[in-house]
Structure formats: structure tokens, C-alpha cells
Design a protein around this ligand. Structure first.
Ligand code: DLL
Length: 419
């Protein structure tokens, strides 16, 4: 590991012994539950008692849209954000002054953990607005004492120009938009050596190991994963340290559980399941046992970095992103893994699901990495690999370079034409 990413800890709480951390969590859990259910909550004697509390769901937020679930008068909110909501109305979340302050602290912590230092130039290409990526990274960077360049998303040629002219050292973006920026850098006749980039802070959507390597190569930086969801605060729920062996959950603010997505039963540490979070310090919108829909597992073993917070690993995607095609479960990220394992394939793709007669047909659209590629041979090779990997026939269409739609934020990986 290079000396540049040497250890630095923003807040001593990150190294709290597990026993003390659990005491702090229990105390904060009791306070949170009192706030949400002043009367009806069962006694909480240990952290495990959280399992006796009912789950909360995105549907609860939707049913109480927009401000129905607030635990404070609406006038006490100093800001709202929202997540895009692929089905109709967005999910609206609110923050008190104290909530914003805590979020900025969490982001400063996570960014420090990722290797950002005071005085570094942070080029923030996350969209500013209702999406939490823009202002989340912005406030964290300011709190940390970095120099933030609030570029927001879009205007990719301008992103490349600003990266080069202002010398951004840290790029914040969704991984798919980072690739669009990399293309814009090439289109401007530059390569990574013309830029000052050292670190990329990427999140908001899943990205495979292969995708990470591709971005690192194309932009000449070290990629670090950030995870979060608007309902908890936004980015800042979990992030990688320099070891990059899972994302440390900010456990003094969020209690994490993993449950069986179908039965809701708690799963033991290390098993894959749905991530469930309880907020431990939020004022405006405390949420108990919130079902994220995200699939992953939790690793509580000690980390090389010395932080005691448990890590989320294996973030493959959302439960509702999982395709069921002819009875086989498939995450887009596992297709991504296969595609990016092949040098002739560019890192832009989408999955198209259609129904022909009574059969589901899945086609992967991808692009060749360069002009000289024999597209038919490549498609045949990919079909073979995907069949071996997934166990079902998946069609492959190698389309013209640039034909797969690009995104300024989260990529749309799946187009379902079945209904
Ligand atoms: O995407 C917050 C965020 C912004 C996190 C920027 C990191 C960086 P939402 O728009 O509410 O909030 O979407 C939350 O995005 O439930 C996951 O499904 C997905 N997601 C976020 N980060 C990751 C990640 C922001 N690192 C939803 N890996 C979450 C996989 C991620 N999925």
C-alpha cells in the first residue's frame, strides 16, 4: 500500500471496542424507539431485542408521502431530499439542523477513511438536487477541510475540461458516470497522466470488481466504494477503508441486520441476505428495522485498518433488480462480471428482458472495446460464457459503440419489456 493512503481516523468512535459500541447502540436504540413509539415499544434489554420490533418498508414512506412519517414538526426541517423512485412518486426524506450536522460528520469520516485529506481538491460530479449524492459529498468535503468543486452531473466535456484545468484530485460520481467522464477525457485528447486524479469515491449503484478495475485504469485513480440510501441519510452509511475488504457500517449511527428476504428471519453473520437498518441518532425521520431491499452480508471480524465497525460485503444489487428468467435468479452485476472479464468488451451494457410466446428471453446489449473487433465472434463467445456462468441461454447483441444509453447518475441496467 502506498504511503499516500496511510491511516487517518476522523473520529475516535471508529475504534471503540465492540463491547462499548454495543452499549452505545443499545442506549441510542432505546432513545430512538421511545421517539417513534412512545407507548407501545416492548422493553429492550439487549440489542438482539430489536428483532421483536416490526420492520418498516419503503411502502410506509410512500403511504405517508410526503411528510407523514416525520417525528418532528415539518417547520423544524432545514432541508429535504428524495430518491428517484422508479415506480411513481419519489421517497421524500427530511433533515433537522442536527441531522445535517451528523450527516456531514459521517461523510467527513468516510472520506477520511477513503484517503481524502484536508486541502485536497474534490471534484464532485454527483448531481446536486434532490439526489443525496451531490450535497452529501459536498458537505462532507467541506467539513473535512477539502476544497470542493461543485460541478454536479452532466456536461461531460466540461467535466473533462474542469478536471484538467482545476486539477481535481478526488472524483465523486456514480461508477457508471465515472466511465462517461473517462470517455470525455479521451475525447478531449487527454489521458490520465494529464490529470491529477488520485482517488475516486463511487457509489449510488452496484459495481463489480471488474468495473472498478476498468475505471481505475481509465482514470488513473484508486476507486473506493461508498454505500448509502436516502432513507438513512444518503451516502455515509458505509464506506471502504484503504484495505477495501468490505464497507465499514457507521455503527454508532446505524444498527445493521441481515434477514432472509422472504421470511424476514434474522440470518447469522456472514450469510447473504437483505440489509436492514435502524437509525440510532436521527431526529426528523428515525426508522426502525428498515428493509433496504439490498442484498449483502456483514463481516464483524477485525479489519486491518484498526476500525472496529463491521463491514458490509457482497453488495450485488437490489432484490428487485434480480431477474428471474426461466426460473433462474440473476443479478445484472453477475452479467457485468462476465462481460468485463473480456478485454474486447467496453464497460457499457444493459439487459433486455422480453417474452416470446410463454418464454422469457434475456438479451445482453454491449459494445465492442475497439473498432477492429469481430462482433459476431465476440457475441458467440459471450453467449457461451454467459451460459456457463448462469446456466441459461442468454442472447448477446454487440451493438455500435455509443449505442448503449449513457447515464449522468445511476445507470439503467435492466429494460423489462415483458408487460
Ligand atoms: O444512492 C445514496 C448514495 C449516493 C450512496 C452516492 C453512495 C454514493 P438513493 O438514491 O436513495 O441513495 O439510493 C439508494 O442505491 O439502496 C442501493 O440499492 C444503491 N446503492 C447505493 N450505494 C451503493 C453501492 C443513494 N455502493 C440505493 N453498491 C441503495 C451497491 C448501492 N448499491
Amino acid at each position: 500500500m502506498s504511503a499516500r493512503f496511510e491511516r487517518a481516523i476522523w473520529d475516535p468512535v471508529e475504534q471503540l471496542p465492540r463491547e462499548r459500541l454495543r452499549e452505545l447502540q443499545l442506549e441510542r436504540l432505546r432513545t430512538t424507539v421511545d421517539r417513534v413509539e412512545p407507548l407501545g415499544a416492548p422493553a429492550l434489554r439487549s440489542l438482539e431485542d430489536v428483532r421483536r420490533l416490526p420492520f418498516s418498508w419503503k411502502a410506509d414512506l410512500r403511504d405517508n408521502y410526503p411528510f407523514g412519517l416525520l417525528a418532528v414538526p415539518r417547520e423544524r426541517l432545514v432541508r429535504v431530499h428524495a430518491s428517484s423512485g422508479s415506480h411513481g412518486k419519489p421517497t421524500v426524506v427530511g433533515y433537522t439542523r442536527a441531522d445535517l450536522d451528523a450527516w456531514a460528520e459521517l461523510m467527513a469520516r468516510c472520506m477520511t477513511m477513503a484517503g481524502v485529506r484536508r486541502g485536497m481538491l474534490v471534484h464532485n460530479a454527483n448531481g446536486y438536487g434532490l439526489f443525496t449524492g451531490g450535497l452529501g459529498f459536498h458537505d462532507g468535503a467541506e467539513r473535512l477541510g477539502a476544497t470542493v468543486i461543485p460541478v454536479s452531473g452532466g456536461f461531460s466535456a466540461r467535466q473533462a475540461m474542469l478536471l484538467s484545468d482545476l486539477g481535481g484530485q478526488v472524483l465523486c460520481a456514480t461508477p457508471s458516470y465515472a466511465l462517461v467522464i473517462a470517455q470525455a477525457v479521451r475525447d478531449a485528447g487527454m489521458d490520465p497522466s494529464d490529470l491529477q486524479l488520485e482517488l475516486g469515491l463511487f457509489g449510488g449503484e452496484p459495481f463489480s470488481h471488474a468495473m472498478r478495475e476498468q475505471i481505475e485504469l481509465e482514470l488513473g485513480l484508486r476507486a473506493v466504494a461508498f454505500y448509502g440510501l436516502s432513507e438513512m441519510c444518503g451516502p455515509g452509511v458505509a464506506a471502504e477503508c484503504h484495505a477495501r475488504e468490505g464497507l465499514h457500517v457507521q455503527e454508532d449511527h446505524f444498527l445493521v441486520e441481515v434477514v432472509d428476504p422472504d421470511s424476514g428471519e434474522s440470518l447469522p453473520e456472514g450469510e447473504q441476505g437483505e440489509l436492514v437498518f435502524t437509525t440510532l441518532a436521527k431526529e426528523a425521520l428515525p426508522l426502525i428495522r428498515y428493509r433496504t431491499g439490498d442484498i449483502g452480508s456483514v463481516d464483524g471480524s477485525p479489519c486491518k485498518c484498526g476500525r472496529t465497525f463491521a463491514r458490509v460485503t457482497g453488495l450485488h444489487g437490489r432484490r428487485d433488480d434480480m431477474l428471474i428468467v426461466r426460473g433462474v435468479n440473476l443479478f445484472p452485476s453477475s452479467v457485468e462480471h462476465v462481460l468485463l472479464g473480456i478485454e474486447e468488451v467496453a464497460p457499457h451494457y444493459r439487459l433486455i428482458v422480453d417474452r416470446e410466446g410463454s418464454m422469457d428471453e434475456l438479451t445482453v446489449e454491449c459494445e465492442p472495446a475497439s473498432d477492429g473487433v469481430d462482433r459476431e465472434a465476440l457475441a458467440a463467445r459471450l453467449e457461451h460464457l454467459l451460459r456457463e456462468h448462469a446456466g441459461i441461454r442468454i442472447g448477446v447483441a454487440v451493438v455500435d459503440p455509443g449505442a448503449v444509453p449513457r447515464s449522468e447518475g445511476k445507470a439503467v441496467r435492466v429494460v423489462d419489456r415483458r408487460s
